[in-house]
Design a protein. Structure first.
Length: 375
């Protein structure tokens, strides 16, 4: 099922690899491990099960790198001074209105901040270092160009990190090639693992331009599949920004609607701060580093990740509802369900086993929407 969904998204993007392309064929074989975990779509951080944590610990132990150092790999959204740099000296402060367990969460996140701010390399910490592997305008392929002397290789050699924060893809939406993006991201992850560095992958944010935003779900599906197949951590920035006003993007930026907006220095995690894109990304980052500190470095016991409560489905035994498979939701839904499509942002209703339009004010061709799923 995972492979079918990914290939379907490639079809939607209009860029299925040629059958005789040996490199893509090898990737297809590499990314079809049916025993790989499935990362839930409703969580900002992928599960850290005992199996996954054990694998991450082995990577860190084999590398012998500086375990208080992480590399930053990305484009202008990573280069920006609004990303991560506020953690150099500013303590983590959470709003009780946002996090009911703010006091406990705050202490854990602050401990992670202090840990990763404690190692100085060339006058900077991991948070504010100018990375050799993050440059304005980069596509994913640029970060791995020139292996074994790629920007990623040079940054790993320079700072000897145990972890790498990886978010690339916004500039790949211009190229419009999901297949090319998949090749580059797989190479990035494989190169980091070959050097015994734990990649922490991130989905990319939405776009305000519908033309480019239509490609984002397919690209994020690529990132998720690679993280699952390689059993490495995933941060879902897209999920965090989905319900933020304007997706947490700056409509007046250059170009408009591409870069996150920010409140203050980016470390305001109060109610207003979390209406901004960089503030959300910074919180996601420190949460991910806290998880690496506790479960990988401090060897806190990992518990089996609780499975999400399964939703009723037309595919359940005994169901007579044909339903419709939604590539937006990546599951089968009941007749009458209305879904806003990732491909064109239009609304469709599942009627008679097929998707039909239009849907206006909650009413579709089959009547009132039984359930609504906006993007």
């Amino acid at each position: 099922m995972r492979t079918r969904v990914l290939l379907s998204l490639l079809l939607l993007a209009g860029c299925v690899p040629a059958a005789d392309d040996a490199e893509d064929a090898a990737l297809d074989a590499e990314l079809t491990d049916e025993s790989a975990p499935v990362y839930p779509h409703d969580r900002a951080h992928s599960p850290l099960t005992p199996e996954i944590v054990s694998g991450l610990r082995r990577i860190v132990a084999a590398g012998g790198h500086r375990d208080r150092v992480f590399a930053k790999i990305g484009d202008s959204i990573t280069v920006s001074s609004s990303f991560a740099q506020c953690f150099v000296q500013r303590p983590v402060l959470l709003s009780p209105e946002i996090a009911p367990t703010a006091e406990d969460d705050q202490a854990a996140l602050e401990a992670a901040r202090q840990l990763f701010a404690s190692t100085i390399i060339g006058g900077a910490t991991s948070f504010n270092r100018t990375s050799l592997a993050a440059t304005v305008g980069w596509s994913a392929a640029r970060a791995i160009q020139g292996t074994p002397d790629s920007p990623i290789d040079r940054e790993v050699t320079a700072i000897d990190p145990a972890f790498a924060i990886v978010m690339l893809g916004t500039n790949d939406t211009y190229a419009g090639s999901t297949a090319q993006y998949r090749r580059a991201m797989t190479k990035i992850v494989d190169r980091l693992l070959a050097r015994n560095v734990v990649p922490i992958l991130s989905t990319i944010p939405p776009r305000l331009d519908p033309k480019y935003d239509a490609l984002v779900p397919g690209m994020n599906s690529v990132v998720r599949t690679i993280a699952e197949q390689k059993r490495v951590p995933l941060m879902d920035l897209w999920l965090r920004l989905r319900d933020v006003p304007g997706y947490g993007l700056d409509p007046g930026g250059s170009p408009p609607g591409v870069h996150p907006n920010v409140r203050g220095d980016g470390c305001d995690f109060g109610e207003l701060g979390l209406t901004r894109g960089y503030n959300q990304r910074n919180l996601l980052l420190i949460e991910a580093l806290d998880r690496m500190k506790r479960f990988v470095l401090d060897a806190a016991p990992a518990a089996p990740d609780p499975a999400p409560t399964p939703e009723p489905s037309p595919t359940d035994p005994g169901s007579t509802d044909p339903g419709c498979f939604s590539y937006t939701l990546q599951r089968t839904v009941f007749t009458g369900t209305c879904v806003q499509s990732v491909t064109d942002r239009a609304w469709y209703q599942c009627t008679g086993g097929a998707w039909r339009a239009p849907v206006v004010d909650g009413i579709g061709p089959g009547g009132a929407c039984a359930a609504e799923h906006p993007l």
